[in-house]
Design a binder for this molecule. Structure first.
Ligand SMILES: C[S@@+](CC[C@H](N)C(=O)[O-])C[C@H]1O[C@@H](n2cnc3c(N)ncnc32)[C@H](O)[C@@H]1O
Length: 392
């Protein structure tokens, strides 16, 4: 029998858009629907592959499939995979729709709440209306998020952030904790365990969205000054209101992580969480180079991502690639193919100091991989979050 998933109810805070009974029931249905797919449907894909697709391939090719492309060429014709894939895509669309409705219903009033945070924490918000949103964002509604992160339906709009906060809870099926902060909390925990003497004074979170992963660093390093940037103003407006209400001082600014306005050597720790796979390859190289410029000597950058395809079983890689083909994630595949040592080297880092690890979840909700958590696959390794980083 599949292990029960640990579901955390989402923590309420002033910025979180309220839901009616029926709206909540709808979001809960989507969460449970996805959980059903992950726990009870996903595993059948491997059974179809092992019992039917792989033996047929071996008979005709006299060898097993070697790449995710060879697996895909066969699996896309399988009715079971087609059913699974259709349902998973449907769950994604239902997720956005169920989280959008409560926001659309009362948007002007909700935006007023965001515009007047209680200001109890001492953080700040610096927006730059002149900032150019990169084409890799404007050209696609990433992961089927209607309008993407940056869409604004009225002046001062934060609706993309409101929708995102609820949607991440549904997407992760409540497993990232009441504050959706498992990635940041897990890296902070990893740092404290593996680098107990590392006490960053200035921390920067790149592509922070609504600050889910940012806030745990304030708890782990209470003396640090925390900065967080994103290109999308609606996410930052919401992030600022959320952090202030939760009593955490974060200095948010609207900037492109490829080229920021911070001075050379201004941070001890730079982190990002599932940012890289949403940017074009050129941008990933620019971001790593910018991290090198912004870090002080001895500083550290850490990027949390889904694991690279390298060394992965072709069937697992095929499943991990699902988002590229079915979830409007055009950069997903390429970002998982980049050689990380080369990335570090091109960015100016010493490749000898580069590190990669699969780290455990701070919430201890699974001993398996992230993909087991979100898609039902088991990509091995024993950890949950994949991190890639370097020291300067
Ligand atoms: C998947 S979300 C990140 C989630 C967030 N880090 C967390 O842990 O909850 C990706 C975010 O990166 C932002 N982003 C994408 N490209 C960026 C760039 N070049 N500079 C800054 N932010 C960027 C997007 O606007 C979006 O909010």
């Amino acid at each position: 029998m599949a292990k029960p998933l640990a579901v955390h109810a989402q923590a309420e805070h002033r910025a979180l858009p309220p839901v009616t009974h029926d709206e909540f029931a709808r979001q809960e249905f989507v969460r449970a629907f996805k959980e059903h797919l992950v726990k009870h449907v996903h595993g059948g894909n491997r059974a179809v592959y092992e019992r039917k697709v792989k033996p047929a391939f071996e008979r005709s090719h006299k060898r097993a499939p070697k790449t995710r492309f060879e697996v895909r060429d066969q699996m896309v014709h399988e009715p079971y995979y087609q059913m699974f894939s259709t349902l998973l895509r449907t769950s994604q669309e239902m997720m956005w729709s169920s989280c959008q409705k409560p926001v659309e219903r009362d948007l002007p009033a909700l935006n007023e709440v965001i515009a007047q945070p209680p200001r109890k924490a001492g953080g700040s918000l610096r927006l730059n209306p002149a900032l150019e949103i990169p084409r890799y964002h404007t050209a696609v509604d990433i992961h089927c998020q209607p309008g993407g992160y940056h869409v604004e339906y009225m002046p001062g709009d934060a609706s993309a952030g409101m929708v995102y906060d609820r949607a991440v809870h549904v997407y992760a099926m409540g497993q990232m904790g009441p504050y959706n902060n498992d990635m940041g909390a897990s890296i902070a925990m990893w740092l404290q365990r593996h680098h107990p003497d590392f006490k960053p004074q200035r921390i920067l979170d790149l592509g922070c969205s609504v600050g889910h992963s940012t806030l745990p660093y304030a708890e782990a390093f209470p003396d640090a000054e925390i900065h967080a940037i994103d290109v999308a103003a609606p996410m930052l407006r919401y992030a600022h209101a959320r952090a202030e209400d939760l009593g955490v001082a974060v200095h948010y600014s609207q900037q492109n992580a490829e080229h920021t306005d911070f001075e050379d050597g201004s941070f001890d720790l730079i982190v990002s969480h599932i940012l890289l796979h949403e940017t074009a390859e050129r941008a990933i190289h620019n971001i790593v180079r910018e991290c090198h410029r912004l870090l002080r000597k001895g500083g550290m950058m850490i990027h949390a991502e889904t694991p690279p395809y390298k060394g992965m079983d072709p069937f697992d890689a095929f499943l991990l690639d699902w988002d590229t083909r079915n979830n409007n994630e055009p950069f997903w595949a390429r970002s998982h193919e980049i050689d990380l040592k080369t990335l570090s080297k091109k960015g100016g880092f010493d490749p000898a100091l580069e590190f990669e690890d699969l780290i455990p979840s701070a919430f201890q909700v699974a001993q398996a991989s992230r993909s087991q958590k979100f898609q039902g696959g088991d990509f091995g390794g024993g950890g949950l979050w994949f991190i890639y980083g370097n020291r300067k």
